[in-house]
Design a protein around this ligand. Sequence first.
Ligand SMILES: [Zn+2]
Length: 411
Amino acid sequence: MSDCLTRKRGWQEGFISPRGAKEEHSSPDFGNCPNLRLLKMDLCVVSLLLVLSCVDAFQYSELAQYIDSHQEEYVEALRDWVAIESDSSNILKRPDLHRMMEVTADKLRKMGGDVVMVDIGEQELPGGGTLALPKVVTAQFGNDTQKHTVCVYGHVDVQPAKLEDGWKTEPYNLTEIDGNLYGRGASDNKAPVLAWIHAVEAYQAFNMELPVNVKFVIEGMEETGSNGLDAMILAQRDTFFSDVDFIAISDCGWLSKRPALTYGTRGNCYFFAEIEGPRQDLHSGVYGGTVIEPMTDLIGILDTLISPSGKILIPGIRDAVAPLTDEEWKTYQDIEFDFDHYKNKIGVSQLMYNNKVDLLAHRWRHPTVTIHGIEGAFSDPGTKTVIPAKVTGKFSIRQVPDMDPALVKNR
Ligand SMILES: [Zn+2]
């Protein structure tokens, strides 16, 4: 996604940020990230809440005016958040990440929310040792059993970003260029989180009752796989999450210039195929031809997963998938989608499918297998005549309705 926001009003297309931005999320999967607009996001959120509450047009326009007149404050709040290098993948930045969670909790506390910083334990480091995970911030505004409860999910950690990666501006210094705001984490996901918070704040400023109870669950490990979040949610399913009617995730993208709501994402099962051969790496000139090579076996195994044309070769994987209904087909048919824009964005001249419904269905609605990497393989530049002693293939299978992860694992 791109970490860019536009300050201009209206639904115009935003800009794609410099290189160094990522495209996909790691598991758990919340889909692609947005090219969202901070100010419009605020309006969006307020609009949603207003629709739910059926407030009259006068209050809506008052709220919209309030939001307009506070644009600069919203941008400054985002500037402060972007300045915190809350990179969850760099253990040296962990103090910044802890600070980011504190700042988030403070903002919610100052608004009178019932805020808890939930300790989710430690992560094990690859070289041994452990490191404290950033606490998950939960907050609650309103506790009326007569109202629905909406829980907003967001994350305030970011991926690494350096000028050398191709950024045209300092990644952690929110910079405005032609009405667009650039900064690491600006759109993924700090501004959307702030937008929700500011929406609640706008209600408070008018002393208006929130039409729904609003809960927040804000984490700091999303970019590295949401370490610790699953266990925390499970542990609180009968407490904090027990009365939640809806979950809102503002961490997803729009397919076109039109605003879009993501109503579901594919899940993911991640696998490791480990092949071990000789006790140590060998020289192919000396031992090649005499030993069974783990890499050759692994490539053979990976080759049985999916064909180059995208057909899943693992028997039974597609059996459980719910068939695409006529209604879904029609929904996909009506979606605005620009093939050329999509191809340009990812830098390819050809896609797996030339038909819109097929392409979108395979993007969202069908499972797929992706081979991600091989640990233990020689991957440095140049040549090396090594026979790797042990290799681990890494692949994942995207899950859709009605696939059962246990069955997929079994297959
Ligand atoms: Zn995100």
